[in-house]
Design a protein around this ligand. Sequence first.
Ligand SMILES: Cc1ncc(COP(=O)(O)O)c(C=O)c1O
Length: 403
Amino acid sequence: MSDAGATLRVVVSSRADAGVALRPTRAEIDLDALAHNLGVVRALVAEDRPAPPRVYAVVKADAYGHGVIPVARALESAGVDGLCVALVEEGIELRAAGVSLPILVMSGLYGEGLGAALDARLTPVIHDASQLQALRAARSYLPVRVHLKVDTGMGRLGVTPAALPPFLDAIASMGHVVVEGLMTHFANADCDDPSFTATQLARFEAARALCAHHGILPGVCHAAASAAAFRMPEARLDLVRVGVALYGVTPFLHDAPGLLPVMRLRTEVIALRELPPGSPVGYGGAWRTGRTSVIATLPVGYADGFFRRLSSDAEVLIQGQRCRVVGNVSMDMTTVDVTDLARRSGVAVGDEAVLLGSQRGPGGFDVIRAEEIARRVGTIPYEVLTAVSRRVPRSYRERSPDR
Ligand SMILES: Cc1ncc(COP(=O)(O)O)c(C=O)c1O
């Protein structure tokens, strides 16, 4: 998101609580862009619906690397209906920070997980017969409110259709358990062929009918993550669980209009050198200058989440211009060929370099999206965002309330 015209303030610098942050490498998190993306999702899922589905934000894995507490607070202010996490520990962290939204724990309940979840007023997802014993023993929490997950084709987590009848018998016999929600997860809603997602949805409807047959009437049925929420209106049901789209990433190959990137990974040039033709650069001398070249060194490396796979195969923005990463990315440093820029307008130590996100400069405006980095690395944007490591301080920007 462009900073132009907005009064911005840094509201938190997470991880800086662990010490001072001297290195200029930062992940800047634009909380206005996050709220904007929530608005985009809300408007989209409300289309043609008298009663729009609830929107739950998926904030597992430290809000996909964006920093869970500031992100959750911003989403709470922006009116999100609830949050989804993967771990009980993640839910407890949110409660400790004072977040009072409903929180769904989507994955396993390890060890004493059920009691810990209920103590923290989290809603556990029940997905396996091995959890029934703990559920039976949890009478003191009366009523125990859970969501039930069915496996409609992901083959990962959830009660399978074949196992569902005895499972529902067992649940129905527990008077203290309230099945508030019924859920499933789609395996490939992001691909162009919707047929398997439609099959999963049909299996989900059959599971819902089976629940009713056992006297179990979940008030909230949900299946869609970002991709299905965007492209499959019939899968939106009562609630959508949206993660990656909130962080401004397109959930499938085509454009999801209007989403703004939330994370901007930036650093500054810390050294410059002019090298004659044929000079090796970086570990292994894997790249050599082909001409007299100006090489800029950036204090960011694979230990920060800038993948080594990007060696000699990525671009960064300096002065709004794309400059090529050359040589091997090392643990703490990355080298960039700034020869053309240096000839045109000069490059100085202290110039900002953007590895992810947008930059406006005398050379123009450009943006490097997580999707682009993912393509180069051969991964998905989720991994690009969650790879930004703990040693990169996050700073949070939002419009001043006094604007
Ligand atoms: C069960 C479940 N629901 C929803 C999501 C959110 O997916 P997305 O980030 O694609 O919206 C995830 C993410 O992995 C998930 O595991």
